[in-house]
Design a protein around this ligand. Sequence first.
Ligand code: ADP
Length: 523
Amino acid sequence: MTAPLPSTPDTAERAPCGLLAAGQDGIIVRINATMCGWLGMPPEAFIGKKKLADLLTVGARVFYQTHCLPMLQVQGSVAEIQVDVPHSDGTRIPMLMNIVRRQYEDGCNDEVAFFITKERRSYERELVQARRTAEAALDARRDAESKLLELNAALSQADRRKDEFLATLAHELRNPLAPIRNVIELLKLQLPATEQATKPLAVLERQVGHLRHLVDDLLEISRITMGQVELRRTHVTLADTMQAACDDTRPLAEAAGHRLHLALPDERITLDADPTRLMQVILNLLNNAVKYTPPGGDIWLSARFEAPHAVIAVRDTGIGIPQESLPTIFAMFSQLTPALERAQGGLGIGLALVRGLVELHGGAISAASDGIGQGSIFEVRLPAQVADAPAEPAPAAASAAWAGQRRILVVDDNIDVTETMTMLLETVGHHTATAHDGAQALAAARSYQPDIVILDIGLPDQNGYEVARQLRATPAGGAIFLVAATGWGQDADRERARAAGFDLHMTKPIDFGTLQAAIATLA
Ligand code: ADP
């Protein structure tokens, strides 16, 4: 068999690769149309005239001589050799070259297939580029995620600091309120009952009351956000709380010319709730209804049982709430523009507080309104039951009657507090002494022999609990009526005060009326 000469089938002519064959002397004996097209010359320019090595650039030719030819001799083929092949216009075409050496009777042919790698390279470049872009996007995402995490941590820290700041602020604001309230009480007792004296005093009292209310709300909301509120749950008859809340609100509602309607539920609904907090919830909603209803409006307080919940509703014919504000109205510090001029110095925490308290009871609150000027309705849902038994009679309110002179030792490191409190106590006929730290208190208790000691817990030398324990250990200590005066009124504080021997725990600023009532009940 002899080496076949230039006749190539059509498919080989137009194959998607360049094909050629060279004889034993390297001279090209066959070349297909694809290869001729790639190189820009007709077959006649190659066949019988050029060698395979002539098609290559100098560098490729050296490699061909030193590597390809020896390998062809040894193993009869080489594959995927990267070479540059010049076009007739001088440009270089990067190609991959496969060579197979075939033996024939009269010699051998090197049969070569070429593939252009330009596309493959640009494809590879695109792949590399795509990979780089993807990697860069991934890096950017990781960066963004870690920035987000940092931001999140900074935000939570800022939020925590804000909560702590609000708690401290409210706590600190309470302290100066105590002596101010004491002075007002004192002035009320001392000044003549003329209009000239009582009117400014009433303004002062109202404004201090308002301030105290704001400070209390602020303190309360910070406790709720910091999870520090403990409920003192008891069996509560809903109708009683509703009646009391209505009675409390009526003067305010009437002053604004509103009609306040109370619709008590048909059933006797009872709740396992903290009565003070429940009252706070209903009062807050009623106060808002009064505040945000133009004079001469109607306000309804009603309740119904929808097993297993009591639904308490406060409805008004007031300024209403725009639809878009309904979802955010319970957020802290949210005040709506149309209501701002009526806010009367509110902080926008009343509803946040109400929601916090309702949720602490395992309930939910919602607001609805048909829009501005269309009134609003707030509904509170709380777990409840319907009882068959008749309502228990409410305990009689403690009498605030004065019960004769007492010897009272007032202990507080704040001189304004001791001075104003003693002035007040003396004005209503008691005898007083003061002390400003624990050691002084113990010494005064020995020499002065008080019936009652009002003892601040945060004293400079030792805490009030310790002083109380030592007082109780003295021979006369058992008979003393011990009142703890603290800034914090948590259950745990009350429990601690009880354990230390206190008879009464009062949060600052001490309400003089409550204190008088407690003194009056003493035998
Ligand atoms: P404050 O009354 O101190 O502004 P609240 O948290 O009690 O704070 O109320 C937040 C806002 O919700 C109010 O500023 C007011 O815009 C709106 N709002 C509350 N109750 C009513 C109501 N009954 N009718 C219309 N708007 C109300």
